[in-house]
Design a protein around this ligand. Structure first.
Ligand code: AQP
Length: 333
């Protein structure tokens, strides 16, 4: 059987360098003949925190445009909005009935996003990992390329698949394999090297957006957190220097080199020499994507067609899998 890849991004804000290096660029690399690729814009996940209804559809188009601009080929891969395929929500409910609350309570993303306010957050935020399991299992996806922050959710998806299989004495759902690839599996905030770069960070200076122009990218990198020491000569010298480690990691990932190799070139130099080199590299990689994105967004009807066709293709794959799962559980038909 052909390997089947599933992954997605939330239309919560513009995509940033972390989304790109941790996931999107790997999706593009994985588009090979022996993989069937399904890339979803996970709008049902986005509404686990409040979204403006006037913005949601356009944000969905923008994420789809970013996928295509980065190199996802809509002729080969399926690109679609999660809300357009009902199997995601239906399977989620079925799987929710066999997911323990205790396991969901241990999810670090829930704890981070809920903060101290766990009594008042919505059920959707709590159940987010079950929907993610349904997203993957609705296609019997075998591989899931994600950043490191999604590893815990993916482990839970594997457990949920096992619970279903054990409960119904079947091998119906495969165990989806995480693919955490590249040098930058967890890109950190430019303002605080101990915090993940995130779309929802209040400070725009904490991240490089795929829509930032060259000037903005250079300005953000210039302001990025480092320390008073010059760049070290080896990777061990980055220990306890989160901001420094982050910038070297980003450079390594963008240039597809190892960190040791980067430090061979820049070790002993000042940040004032390294930062412009990093900015130049980031602009070289991102500006063609930004340009293609704005060309694509000038024709929203073309993006809508890709999303509609994608939804149809995704529905054709997911519908029979959902029905089979319902048959295994014994539902009327
Ligand atoms: N900082 C990061 N470094 C590497 N990979 C990352 N990803 C996210 N942040 C980083 C990966 O990008 C994919 C899509 O993420 P998402 O849209 O589902 O949302 P998220 O993981 O919650 O990322 P954000 O940017 O922090 O969004 P918000 O602020 O809306 O929650 C995933 O594969 C993720 O691993």
């Amino acid at each position: 059987m052909k390997k089947r890849i599933f992954s997605g991004m939330q239309p919560t804000n513009n995509l940033h360098l972390g989304n790109y290096l941790g996931a999107l660029r790997n999706w593009v690399d994985l588009q090979q003949d022996d993989y069937e690729c399904i890339f979803c814009v996970v709008d049902l996940h986005a509404i686990t925190v409040p979204q403006e209804s006037e913005r949601l559809a356009q944000a969905t188009r923008e994420i789809a445009a970013a996928y295509i601009a980065a190199g996802v080929d809509p002729e080969k891969a399926i690109i679609f909005p999660q809300s357009a395929v009902p199997a995601h929500s239906q399977l989620m409910w079925m799987l929710a009935t066999m997911t323990q609350m205790g396991k969901l309570e241990r999810m670090t993303q829930f704890k981070d996003k809920a903060g101290k306010n766990t009594e008042r957050v919505g059920l959707g935020l709590f159940a987010y990992p079950v929907l993610m399991a349904a997203d993957i299992l609705a296609y019997k996806a075998t591989h899931v390329p994600v950043g490191e922050d999604q590893k815990q959710h993916l482990e839970l998806a594997r457990e949920i698949a096992s619970t279903f299989n054990t409960r119904y004495k079947t091998d119906f759902f495969p165990q989806p394999e995480p693919q955490i690839l590249g040098a930058a599996t967890r890109v950190m905030s430019l303002k605080d090297g101990t915090k993940k770069m995130s779309k929802s960070d209040e400070s725009d200076n904490s991240r490089i957006n795929l829509t930032d122009d060259a000037e903005k990218i250079a300005a953000k990198i210039k302001k990025a957190q480092t320390d008073a020491e010059p760049l070290p000569h080896d990777v061990a010298g980055l220990k306890e220097r989160a901001g420094a480690d982050n910038l070297v990691t980003i450079y390594a990932a963008l240039s597809r080199r190892g960190k040791a190799d980067v430090l061979k070139e820049f070790g002993g130099q000042q940040w004032s020499a390294f930062k412009p080199a990093l900015a130049e590299l980031a602009v070289k990689e991102l500006s063609p994507i930004t340009e293609r994105m704005s060309d694509l967004l000038a024709h929203p009807e073309k993006i809508d067609k890709i999303l509609r066709d994608g939804a149809e293709r995704a529905d054709t794959l997911a519908r029979p899998i959902l029905r089979d799962a319902m048959d295994i559980m014994g539902f009327w038909k």
